[in-house]
Design a protein around this ligand. Sequence first.
Ligand code: NAD
Length: 488
Amino acid sequence: MDSMTFVLFGATGDLAKRKIYPALYNLFIDQKLPQSISIIGLGRRELSDATFQNHVEQSIETFSRRIENDYSKMGEFLDAFRYKALDVTNTEDYRALLNFVERREEELNIPENRMFYLSVAPEFFDGIALNIKESGLGSTKGWKRLIIEKPFGHDLESARDLNAKLSEAFEEEEIYRIDHYLGKPMVQNLEALAFANPVLQALWNNQYIANVQITASETVGVEERAGYYDGVGAIRDMVQNHMLQLLMMTAMHLPKQISANDIREEKRKVMESLRPLKKEDVGLHVMRGQYSAGEINGQSVAGYTNEPGIEVSSRNDTFVAARLWIDNPFWDGVPFYIRTGKRMKEKFTRIVIEFKDSLKELYRSRNEQTEPNLLIIEINPNENVSLQLNSKNPLNDGKMEPVRIHFASEQEGVPEAYERLIFDAIRGDSTFFAHWKEVELSWEWVQPTLEAFEENLVPLHLYEAGSYGPEAAHHLLKEDGFKWLLDK
Ligand code: NAD
């Protein structure tokens, strides 16, 4: 692995503390960091290197999935860290940063491979990229890369605008857009499940699949994110990025090669085939909801508009369900349903694939009932796959009953999403990062919905906290003769 400099903007922030330092530490323990690495943390405050290293150590002790007893390792790890105060809007500071980076490169005798991780508010993204270019930080003899976090734009226009600005400083291949759902092991496993198993590969189309249901449901409410979330809603916070990424990963077709380019090309094709929505028709396919007071796990919780920091008149969506159609020969006629919400009954992310029950009639003529075969992919918090089949139960007069073949990986110490993603970025593997085309096509699909919500063309259904969302989300499937599967 190439020796490198890792420049972290937002080094005193929440994401750095909870995710980035623990991820770097675990990679270090697993010997997945380059032999020589210079890590430079940047923040607004003045801090000494020692105070910063202490902060990093505390973060690891609080948030790392493991902590080694061998403290000599911690010392060696922290030794790579330096701190520099920098105001992201001050051009002078970038020139000083360049000197600092170069000095460390000389000290450690490492080539000019530079990774810039922007763990700061999105309004700074374009300015930082431009300053990296203009200060000379980006003119390296080695490689340069940029890692950015969501949100990538607020709508189609702002996303295009941001991308145009980033493109002035970085090539597309140098930009790593994190969608942490793509770092989850079971999401990465979707590709293997569908492509490395001929028995599933053969069925992965509209001849055998009746519908696909993708749910990401949370029990938490808006928490401390009111200021951010109220202008964003489930549609931007979850649907435009995570839900559509899960849809792409499920619906993509067998690539020519299992490579970053080919996989991302197949994902793009899915998005290009997604049937666009007209603003006037959004209400036929997209339902939005907002939680009202209710009870979750025996605890009473407030409604959204009574949460601290939220206006009583807010019409923000905390729930979205939608029906999507992929107009290509593989998926023609198969509805894909997505659903996501806060303050729901259960916390889980799951994909359920319902197969067509073509032999139902054959058994019905013998007064026996079959259930549709299901492939159930649990992504979070549990990770497992099960296949529901029909089988005769000898203890019940040989009656047909559904049975499940279940596979769960019980391995300990599975790397977390941020570990996998940072490791991939360090090695230059962009398979599980969002390509600009995917992001743009996602915004294109979502844009009419944003406008329909804004103009109140779609009703806002209240749903009780602790439920599976508004009734309207159930009607969406009922219209097609289906129901949300596995709701308790
Ligand atoms: P935060 O507010 O906790 O931290 C922001 C960081 O930016 C701090 O280190 C602060 O010093 C720095 N900063 C702010 N203004 C600055 C300035 N003018 N000059 C220099 N530095 C400045 O934010 P966060 O929660 O760590 O989020 C960082 C990014 O990650 C955001 O884009 C956010 O949307 C994204 N994100 C965060 C999470 C999370 O769990 N926290 C999850 C997903 C995405």
